[in-house]
Design a protein around this ligand. Structure first.
Ligand code: KG4
Ligand code: ZN
Length: 373
C-alpha cells in the first residue's frame, strides 16, 4: 500500500490576494481559491496597504471555507496548516498568520511557516512534478513579480529521504521590481492597473526594435537588476512627445467608463505608443533573460525556474524558451494561474517543510522583510 499523501491547507495574504488551497502530497492541487483585490486597488493605481489588510480580514474565513469545500474534505482531514510568514505587507501578512495560528491551534494540527518567495519556487516545482518531471538541481530561479525581482541559486542538500532544498541569493533589484516597472509605465500611459497583462497584450502590436533603451550599468554585483532607469526613460520620451497626451487622456477616460479590454485600449493607441510599449517590454525581458542565463553559466546550473506575476508574460516565456533551447538547459514556468500569488504554492512549500519536520508555534509573527537567503 502506498502511504497516504499529506493534506496541507495553505494560506496566503502577503499582498493583495487572499488565498487558500488544499494540496495533497505537495503536488496534487485539490483546491486553489484566490480572492483578488485588484478591483479595490485599481482606482489608486497600486496596492493600498490599509485597504489590503481590511479586505483580507473580510475574505479570509470564506476563502478558507471555500478551499476546504472544493477539496471535498473537512478541516479535520488536514495534516497541517501552512501560512505565509513573509515577506510582504505587514498588516496583510498578520491577517493570514493570526488566522493560521488560531486554526491550527483549534484543530490541534501542526502549523508550518512558509516564506512567500519559497512559495513561488514551489509553484514551479509543484506543476513540474504533477506533470511527471523533476527539474534538475542545481537550478537558477528568477522570481519576478510586482514586489520582487531576485535570482537564487537552488541546490539540494543531504541524501535520499532527507534531501532539503537550499537557496543562495545571487542578485536582485536595486530599485523597482520588474512588475512595478510594468505597473508604473502602464500608469503613465493611461493603461490602468495592473500594467503587466495589458502591456503584454498591446506589445504584440508594436515594433520592439523601434526604440532603444540603454542597458543599466551595474557596479558591484553584476547579477543585480535596475528598472527605474527604463521607467524614467519612458517618462522623458512622453515629455518630449506631448502630442501623445490626448490619447493618454482618452485611454484614462475609457478606463473610467469601465472600458478596460485590450481591444478598446488598443483602438485608442497610436503606432508610436504601441512601439514604445513593445520596445519597453523587449528591453525588460532581454535584461531578465541575460542576467538569468549569465547566472546559470556562472553556477553551472542544470535548469532555470521562472516564477512570480511577470512569469505570466508571453514575450518573457518565449524568450526564456528560445534561450534555453539554444543552451540546452531546461526552463520551467508555472501555469499562468500559479504565476501570480496563490496558496497552492504555499501549501506545496509547506509540505516540504512539514515532511522535513519544521514546525511553527503560537509565537509565530509576520515578517515584512523575511529573507529566503
Ligand atoms: O506575483 P504577483 O501576483 O504579486 C506580487 O508578489 O507582486 O505579481 C503581480 C505583478 C504585477 O506587477 C503585474 O503587473 C505583473 O505581476 N504581471 C505581469 C503579467 N501579469 C501580471 N507582468 C507582465 N506580463 C504579464 N502578463
Ligand atoms: Zn508573490
Amino acid at each position: 500500500m502506498t502511504p497516504r499523501e499529506y493534506l496541507i491547507l495553505g494560506i496566503e495574504s502577503s499582498c493583495d490576494e487572499t488565498a487558500a488551497a488544499v494540496v495533497a502530497g505537495g503536488r496534487h492541487i485539490l483546491s486553489n481559491v484566490v480572492a483578488s483585490q485588484t478591483d479595490i486597488h485599481r482606482k489608486y493605481g497600486g496596492v493600498v496597504p490599509e485597504l489590503a489588510s481590511r479586505e483580507h480580514l473580510r475574505q479570509i474565513v470564506p476563502v478558507v471555507r471555500e478551499a476546504v469545500e472544493q477539496a471535498k474534505i473537512t478541516l479535520g482531514d488536514v495534516d497541517a496548516v501552512a501560512v505565509t510568514q513573509g515577506p510582504g505587507l505587514v498588516g496583510a501578512l498578520l491577517v493570514g498568520v493570526t488566522y493560521g495560528k488560531v486554526l491550527a491551534l483549534s484543530l490541534g494540527k501542526p502549523l508550518v511557516a512558509v516564506n512567500h518567495l519559497e512559495g513561488h519556487v514551489h509553484a514551479v516545482l509543484l506543476e513540474a512534478r504533477a506533470a511527471g518531471s523533476e527539474p534538475r538541481l542545481p537550478a537558477v530561479c528568477l522570481i519576478v513579480s510586482g514586489g520582487h525581482t531576485i535570482l537564487y541559486h537552488v541546490k539540494s542538500e543531504g541524501s535520499n529521504g532527507a534531501t532539503r532544498v537550499s537557496y543562495a541569493r545571487i542578485g536582485g533589484t536595486r530599485d523597482d521590481a520588474a512588475g512595478e516597472a510594468y505597473d508604473k509605465v502602464a500608469r503613465m500611459l493611461g493603461l490602468g492597473y495592473p500594467g503587466g497583462p495589458i502591456i503584454d497584450r498591446l506589445a504584440a502590436h508594436g515594433n520592439p526594435q523601434a526604440m532603444r533603451f540603454s542597458e543599466p550599468k551595474m557596479h558591484g554585483n553584476s547579477y543585480d537588476f535596475s528598472f527605474s532607469g527604463i521607467k524614467t526613460a519612458v517618462l522623458y520620451y512622453l515629455r518630449r512627445n506631448p502630442q501623445l497626451e490626448p490619447e493618454i487622456q482618452a485611454r484614462r477616460d475609457a478606463l473610467a467608463r469601465g472600458e478596460r479590454s485590450a481591444d478598446s485600449l488598443r483602438a485608442l493607441s497610436s503606432p508610436a505608443t504601441l512601439d514604445l510599449i513593445a520596445s519597453f517590454q523587449r528591453a525588460v525581458v532581454t535584461n531578465l533573460v541575460a542576467q538569468t542565463f549569465a547566472a546559470t553559466e556562472h553556477h553551472t546550473a542544470h535548469s532555470v525556474l521562472v516564477s512570480g506575476g511577470v512569469a505570466a508574460n508571453s514575450e518573457l516565456r518565449r524568450a526564456f524558451e528560445a534561450e534555453s533551447a539554444r543552451r540546452g538547459i531546461e526552463s520551467y514556468f508555472p501555469s499562468r494561474a500559479l504565476s501570480t500569488d496563490n496558496a497552492a504554492m504555499i501549501a506545496a512549500a509547506g509540505h516540504a517543510r512539514f515532511v522535513a519536520g519544521d514546525r511553527a508555534d503560537s509565537s509565530l509573527n509576520a515578517e515584512a522583510n523575511l529573507p529566503l537567503a
